[in-house]
Design a binder for this molecule. Sequence first.
Ligand SMILES: [Zn+2]
Ligand SMILES: [Zn+2]
Length: 172
Amino acid sequence: MSIPSEPNPDLLEPVKVALTPQQRFNDYLQSRSMRNTEQRRSVLDCVFKQHDHFDAEQLLERLPAKGEPGHVSRPTVYRTLGEFVDAGLLRKFVLDGRSVYEHDYGYPQHDHLYCIKCEKLIEFQSEELLKLRDEVANSHQFQVRSHRLIISGVCQDCRKGRRRVRRKVDLI
Ligand SMILES: [Zn+2]
Ligand SMILES: [Zn+2]
């Protein structure tokens, strides 16, 4: 098991999975008689380098720019992200009208706290929350497939920062 050199307290630890994301994606493509391509491979490598929450535009910035070798066009990136979601590699959710992606394959189920100031996402897991979800669903004879909870607010750093900024203003 590899431990990242600088663990981020806001993110969870990955879980062990049998296949690499590339292997899993190959299986998906084969089941649909699609071919893997250099572009799909490089987008997947880039996406799975580290766990993160990102949108398509942020991913485009991490990939080689136009004119550089290995450049992937915007429409291809958008289409490929859709394939990764379809293949169960990525989860997609909407945040402030943006489509945000993160790892699904090899990553535990979790929910998020979202800071409206710095747009940071903090991950957390709660057994109690899952129990409550199932109880609510049961009471409606509802079968749970998934859920998405995002708690909006202001993170600790921003709450501290805000006080500092105010003090600076007071000094002037
Ligand atoms: Zn914040
Ligand atoms: Zn997350």
